[in-house]
Structures are given as structure tokens and as C-alpha cells.
Design a binder for this molecule. Structure first.
Ligand code: PMP
Length: 391
């Protein structure tokens, strides 16, 4: 008799298929065939010369997408959260004062990450759907004297794009690093890392870049590197330690790359291709397309009797639109109906916006007018067929 007491699982002995679906939630977005093909190329060793060349191309692609000349530019192996932790774990030490702007879930998450490593976390908080003025930020910088200020560029939980101009300069006046989360906005809304004095910025692969989740571009300014490499203590994470990652990505001045971890080789092929498509499209064209398509969508929403959640038009995130949850309806029934009958994913709120909004993401290749028409048709159909109570 076999000594194995757990038999091979039946479910794994059958083949599996996944449905094709329109991914119009806040991410992941659909992956175009070109990127899928890139990711299915043969496996290479993670330190082979060809892989290193691909990593170098990725670095150049990130520098373009971020508009930065930072040498310390790389992709973390992991989702957006890995980049968030990489940014905070490396730039903050236990006992440091940190300032977090909270206008949705991402500030809350950043605060929790910083708290977990023993930072003194101070927050400025504003309601879902709004953003901060520079004088409010300055007041908090002067009060808390933080070493790091965290801001979300595209708040995907509330649908707000935050103005960036002038904030980096303020941070530097108060001897503070400026950290920006651009997971949900990068490539879809203008940002200039160097020109806007941003010290650390990261994004995710699965939004505008249309790359499968699992790699997260990140970049550090000279100022951030100076601070990070003169820390008194080692970062709590070995995996996310920037000295190791810098060597693995050839961003330090050492000639040889040492083994740190086995990078996600085929995911890097996909990331390379996503960045290549952005480079071919041109950042400015991509920003304009996202803006125009979002405006077309917002007009369409009003036409069918729905209301964009963010009132201030210029604060609407072009990649992820929040819609006021239609009064009298259960938002879960609407998203469920649209999935079942139209094969389209849209989502409800997240964190502070739960129950208040529906969220629709139109990112990268999904940002086009025919898809907007499809979504408007699906929403109209859902409003006709879902249960409506008297309000
Ligand atoms: N920040 C923002 C603004 C996001 O929208 C997301 C993902 N929705 C994240 C961070 C986290 O990314 P991930 O889910 O890839 O960890």
C-alpha cells in the first residue's frame, strides 16, 4: 500500500479553462494578446545575460513612464503592496515621524504599514471624494516634522486624482521625503517624478500597463537613497531591502549582480512589453486618451441618470471612475447583474467608499469609447432589471 495518505486531488486531474471577461473594475485590467505572448516565451535563468538585458530595458521603460533619470529604478517582485512596503520599510526607521495623507483606503494602508515598523504616524484626513490643499499639507509638515510624507496620486477607492505640483518642494523645505503611490494613475494621468520633486514613487503592473499582477515598478531619488543608505538600522524586510534589490537590478556601482531572490522571469517579459506599448503610444497620448475617454464616460453617465461621485471635474481620476451608488438599489445586485448578463466586471466601493459608489476602471487598452458605450448599455440594462425600492 502507498504510504501517501493524501491522494492526488481530483480537481487537479481535470483540465481547466478560464472565461474571457471584460475587466472594467479597478484592476486587474485586460491583458492584450501581445503581452500574453511575451509572457509565454521560454524560461531563462534569472541572472542570464538576456534576462539582465530585459531588466535593463524595464528600467529604461520605468524611467520614461515616471519621467525620471533616477539610477535607483527597478521593479519589485510582487504586487503594488510589495512596492508600498519596499518604499516605507526602506525609508523609515522605528521611532521616525511619518505624515500620511488619507483621502481613501491607500493612506490608511500606508499608515498601517508604517505603524507596524514602529513609526510615529500622523495623518491628515479628508473625506472620500476630496483632496488636500498645499497649505494644509504645509501646516502638517511644520507641526509633525516627518521624515516621510505619503500621498496617493490616484485614489482608486474614491476616484480622485490628487494635484502634485508644489508638494515635493514643500517637503524638501521641511527636510522630508515625498512618497507618491501612483498604482492606479500612472500612464493614465500626468506625473513627472523629477520635475515634481518626488523622492519615491511606485506603481503596479496590472492597471494602465495591462500587465498581469505581480511586478511593481518603483524609483528612488538621490535624496531618498542618501537617507536610505545612511540608516542606523537594517530594514525589517530582507526581501525588500533596497541594498539587495539595487544590486539585483544593477542600480549600485558593483559590477556583478549577486543572487538575492529568483525574480519572476516571465512576468518580467510581460512587464517589458507593457512598458514597450506605453513607449510606442507615447505618455502624452496615453494621458490624453484616458482623459478624453473618461470625460466621454462621465457625460454618458449623466445622460443615463447616474452621477459621478467626485463633483470637482478636474479632480476626477481618468483611470477609475466612481459613480454615486444609485439610490434605492443594492449595489451588489447591480455588479452581479452586469457580470452575469454582460460578462463585465465593475465593482462596488472600497474602504471609506463601500456602499457609496460603483467603480469602473478603464485602463490602458480598456480605455476606449466603444467600451464606454458597452458599459453604459450594461448599466442602463441593470437599472431597468434590478430591484428598486422606493426612496
Ligand atoms: N495603491 C493603489 C492606489 C491601488 O489602487 C492599489 C490596487 N488597487 C494598490 C495600491 C495595491 O496594489 P496591489 O493590489 O497590486 O497590491
Amino acid at each position: 500500500m502507498s504510504p501517501l495518505y493524501v491522494p492526488p486531488p481530483e480537481c487537479l486531474l481535470k483540465s481547466f479553462t478560464v472565461p474571457r471577461r471584460y475587466l472594467f473594475g479597478p484592476g486587474p485590467s485586460n491583458v492584450p494578446p501581445r503581452i500574453l505572448t511575451a509572457g509565454s516565451q521560454p524560461m531563462l535563468g534569472h541572472l542570464h545575460a538576456e534576462t539582465i538585458e530585459i531588466m535593463d530595458h524595464i528600467k529604461s521603460g520605468i524611467q520614461y513612464a515616471f519621467q525620471t533619470q533616477n539610477r535607483m529604478t527597478l521593479a519589485v517582485s510582487g504586487p503594488g503592496h510589495a512596492a508600498m512596503e519596499c518604499a516605507i520599510f526602506n525609508s523609515v526607521e522605528c521611532g521616525d515621524s511619518v505624515l500620511i495623507a488619507v483621502n481613501g483606503i491607500w493612506g490608511e494602508r500606508a499608515a498601517e504599514i508604517a505603524e507596524r515598523i514602529g513609526a510615529k504616524v500622523n495623518k491628515i484626513v479628508t473625506s472620500a471624494g476630496s483632496y488636500f490643499r498645499n497649505d494644509e499639507i504645509e501646516q502638517a509638515l511644520s507641526k509633525y516634522k516627518p521624515v516621510l510624507f505619503f500621498l496617493t496620486h490616484g485614489e482608486s477607492s474614491t476616484g480622485v486624482v490628487h494635484p502634485i505640483d508644489g508638494i515635493g518642494e514643500l517637503c524638501h523645505r521641511y527636510n522630508c521625503l515625498f512618497l507618491v503611490d501612483s498604482v492606479a494613475a500612472l500612464g493614465g494621468s500626468p506625473i513627472y517624478m523629477d520635475k515634481q520633486d518626488i523622492d519615491i514613487m511606485y506603481t503596479g503592473s496590472q492597471k494602465v500597463l495591462n500587465v498581469p499582477p505581480g511586478t511593481a515598478p518603483i524609483s528612488f531619488s538621490e535624496r531618498a537613497c542618501c537617507r536610505i543608505f545612511s540608516r542606523k538600522t537594517k530594514p525589517v524586510s530582507y526581501f525588500l531591502d533596497l541594498s539587495w534589490l539595487a544590486n539585483y537590478w544593477g542600480c549600485d556601482r558593483k559590477s556583478a549582480r549577486a543572487y538575492h531572490h529568483t525574480g519572476p522571469v516571465t512576468a518580467l517579459y510581460s512587464l517589458r512589453e507593457g512598458l514597450a506599448i506605453l513607449a510606442e503610444t507615447g505618455l502624452e497620448n496615453s494621458w490624453k486618451r484616458h482623459k478624453d475617454v473618461a470625460a466621454y464616460f462621465h457625460e454618458g453617465l449623466e445622460r443615463i441618470g447616474l452621477k459621478p461621485f467626485v463633483e470637482d471635474k478636474k479632480a476626477r481620476l481618468p483611470t477609475v471612475t466612481t459613480i454615486v451608488a444609485p439610490p434605492g438599489y443594492d449595489w451588489r445586485e447591480i455588479t452581479g447583474y452586469i457580470m452575469k448578463n454582460h460578462n463585465i466586471e465593475i465593482s462596488g466601493g472600497l474602504g471609506p467608499s463601500v456602499g457609496m459608489v460603483l467603480r469602473v476602471g478603464l485602463m490602458g487598452c480598456n480605455s476606449n469609447k466603444p467600451y464606454v458605450d458597452m458599459i453604459l448599455e450594461a448599466l442602463t440594462d441593470a437599472l431597468k432589471h434590478c430591484h428598486k425600492s422606493k426612496v
